[in-house]
Design a protein around this ligand. Structure first.
Ligand code: NAG
Ligand code: ZN
Length: 408
């Protein structure tokens, strides 16, 4: 019954959001270009072209070759002792409706070490409820970046210069710190809207913003056995599905490749909700399909298994939510499956062991958030936006050049 209500609310909400999305899209076009205070040519270092990777030069914990198929070569023959990580991620705004779904989904879900199972939330700004982001953060989930504006299509991101990328993701980081009380040091990852990376620039931004990883780059070629995360110290062998892809030397920048799923017709999909031919809308069919995709990881080299989606998918089919929930609860019965945020999984990849991956649970943040509800004007369009934040309302709706929503 609880599900049914959430689902119905979800459909209603998704519909209003879609209409709103289309309205704002046109208005965003008139937005000014981003200015920077630093002259790019002075601030940027020249990039070197990356060289092919070799295990002798590239060593853990800070360097990992893209073609390394096991966490350590000596794990060969012991694949079944490698802990299987599962990274569940959701993109876009967190709101009252999808928060209720996330809450239900992770409720009581634990890993074999007794720590709570967690996911990663890639947040874009508009319509996000920062009080609920704070609740996700305090519950131990990973908060990550998905830009302020979400852009108005793939061209915006493909052609974005590095200042735009830095400003989009840097401003979202400030917004999360100010309005959701998220410690900026805990924010380590980003995902580009539409998964539209822009060559070296995306990964330069990861570095300059002080992040650890990007997770926007899908692979179709390396799914059997699937690809492990790696660094860009050396040239990547990953197939470039949505270019341009990076080929500069970017030491210490991690790529969490989006290992694609296979739909019922054999096509690859980088996100669950992007599969062209998903199974029938039945709990068992969906469950079996998820298990097949999972087994490609679990029964081979145990590369982290990504379950990437948008909450809107839960409202798209009658059984999507129930099947997803059944599947993650099934995973929680395995003695060696760990559902964690991407950055926690990367901690393991840097220092891999057989058996239990961690000695202790992550410490949950205990931030205080006094919920306040604000009606503030979006200065670019004059529209009033409703916004829930921690502690103190901004003066105007926060945006790219004014992330704190100051009176300017
Ligand atoms: C990345 O940087 C390298 C080294 O400067 C350069 O050769 C290459 O053209 C750049 N690639 C892209 C897609 O920008
Ligand atoms: Zn998105």
């Amino acid at each position: 019954m609880k599900y049914a209500i959430v689902l119905i609310l979800g459909v209603l909400f998704a519909t209003t959001l879609l209409c709103d999305g289309q309205k704002t899209k046109n208005k965003l076009k008139s937005k000014n270009k981003v200015r920077t205070t630093v002259a790019p040519q002075l601030a940027r270092l020249d990039l070197q072209k990356a060289e092919p990777c070799s295990a002798a030069k590239c060593k853990l914990p800070d360097c990992r070759c893209s073609d390394a198929t096991l966490p350590r070569p000596k794990f060969k023959g012991k694949e079944q002792e490698i802990p299987q990580f599962v990274t569940i991620t959701f993109d876009d705004a967190v709101n009252a409706v999808n928060y209720a779904q996330y809450d239900l989904l992770f409720d009581g879900l634990t890993n074999p070490d007794g720590c709570p199972a967690t996911g990663t939330f890639f947040l874009s700004h508009e319509y996000t409820d920062y009080v609920r982001v704070n609740a996700l953060y305090n519950a131990g989930h990973e908060i990550a970046l998905h830009s302020v504006t979400h852009g108005d299509g793939t061209d915006y991101w493909r052609e974005a210069d590095i200042d735009t990328i830095e400003s989009e993701f840097g401003a979202q980081l400030q917004i999360l710190e100010t309005f959701a009380k998220v410690d900026p040091k805990k924010i380590q990852g980003m995902r580009l809207p539409f998964l539209q990376i822009s060559g070296n620039k995306t990964f330069e931004a990861v570095k300059s913003l002080g992040l650890t990883y990007d997770s926007s780059w899908p692979t179709q070629q390396f799914k059997n056995p699937p690809m492990w995360p790696y660094t860009l110290d050396y040239l990547s062998v990953q197939d470039c599905q949505i270019g341009p892809c990076p080929n500069a030397e970017l030491p210490g920048v991690w790529v969490n490749p989006m290992v694609t799923w296979t739909d019922t017709e054999g096509y690859s999909c980088s996100m669950i909700d992007a599969c062209a031919y998903p199974p029938a809308d039945e709990i068992d069919a969906l469950f079996e399909w998820m298990l097949e995709n999972f087994n490609r990881h679990y029964q081979s080299n145990r590369a982290p298994f990504g379950m990437y989606l948008h909450a809107a998918w839960f409202s798209r089919g009658r059984n999507n939510f129930a099947a997803f929930k059944k599947f993650v609860h099934h995973l929680s019965t395995y003695p060696d499956v760990y559902m964690t945020g991407i950055s926690r999984m990367l901690e393991y990849v840097k220092k891999p062991v057989l058996g239990e991956p961690f000695k202790s649970c992550e410490v949950k943040p205990k931030t205080q958030c006094q919920a306040v509800h604000c009606n503030v004007q979006k200065t670019s369009t004059g529209e009033i936006r409703y916004m829930s934040v921690c502690d103190k309302c901004p003066i105007v709706y926060p945006w790219l050049k004014n992330p704190l929503g100051l009176d300017m």
